[in-house]
Design a protein around this ligand. Sequence first.
Ligand code: PMP
Length: 313
Amino acid sequence: GIPEVEFIWKNGKLVPWAEATTHVLSHSLHYGSGVFEGIRCYENPKTGKSYVFRLVEHMERLERSCKIAQIELPYTASQLAEATLEVIRANGLSKCYIRPIVYRGYGVMGIDPTGSATEVAIAVWPWDAYLGEEALAQGVKVGVSSWRQRSVNAIPPAVKSTASYMNSLLAKLEAKAHGYDEAVMLNEAGLVCEGTGENLFVVRNGVISTPPLSDGVLEGITRDSVLQIATDLFEAGDLDVCPLEESLTRTDLYVADEVFMTGSAAEVTPVASVDGRVVGQGARGPVTEALQRRFFDVVYGNVEQYEHWLTEL
Ligand code: PMP
C-alpha cells in the first residue's frame, strides 16, 4: 500500500489525504488525458538538510507535457514548485517521493476534452528504493519485452502521460510473470528504448551509451543528470569512460560490461542480467558504482558544483 500522510495539495489548497478524490466520470480515467511527474526529496543524513532534486526542471517538463496535450495549466512551474515545498512541509516529511498530476476531470464524456475541468494535484509520501534497496547494490534481472514501446507518433514520449503507462504496465506484468524484476522495451524499429519507468545505459569499450531521444525514450531527468555527471567526471579525468547518446540493439545489452537503469524512482540501478545472460560479472560494475555514488552525493547536496539542481526544503 501507499504510506498515507496527512495532506495532498489539490487545486491550490491542502486537503486531507482521504478527501483527495475524483469522480468516476473524470475524462482522464476513461481516455488517459492526464500528465504527471515523479520527483524525489532527499535528506542528507549528516547535515539533516533536505533537498528536492531538480524540482524546477520537473515542473518545466510538466509544463511541456501540458503544452503538447493542450491542457491549460492554471499554475506556473514556480508556483507548482512552491506548492510542492508547502505540501512536504505540511506533512512534516524530510524525504519523500513527489507525484504532481494534471488531469482532465469531470465535465464531458467523449474523446474531445473541451469542457472538462483541469485538476491539479501534488501528492507526497515516503517511498523507499523503487526496485528495492538490494537492487541498488546487487542489480536487477531484466528481460526484453515482447511489447514494443509506444512510438513517437502514436503516444509521444515528450508528454509524460498517464496514457503512456498502459504500455509500461503490459511490459512490467510480462516481465514479472517471466521471473524478471523489470522489462526492457524495444521501439517499433527494434532498437533498445527504455525500461517501464527507467532510462537505460550500457557501458562497453570505454563508452557509456544511452539511446537518443529520437529513439523514443522519455527525456529522463535522471538520464540527463547522469549524462552531465559522467561528462564532468570524464573531463576532470576522474572517469575513464565517456558518455555518448547512440542507438543500441538488443545484443548490445548481452555483451555489455555493465548495464544500468536511471529514473527518479529507480535512481541509478545496476542490471545484473538481461534475458538470462549475465552482464559483466553479474554484479554492480565499477562505472555504475562510481556514477551511483556520485549521483547520491549530488542529490544529498555534497557536491557544490551541482547545488543549482537542489531546492532546499
Ligand atoms: N522512462 C520512463 C518510461 C519513465 O516512466 C521514467 C520515469 N519518469 C523514466 C524513463 C525516467 O525519467 P526521470 O529520470 O525523469 O524520472
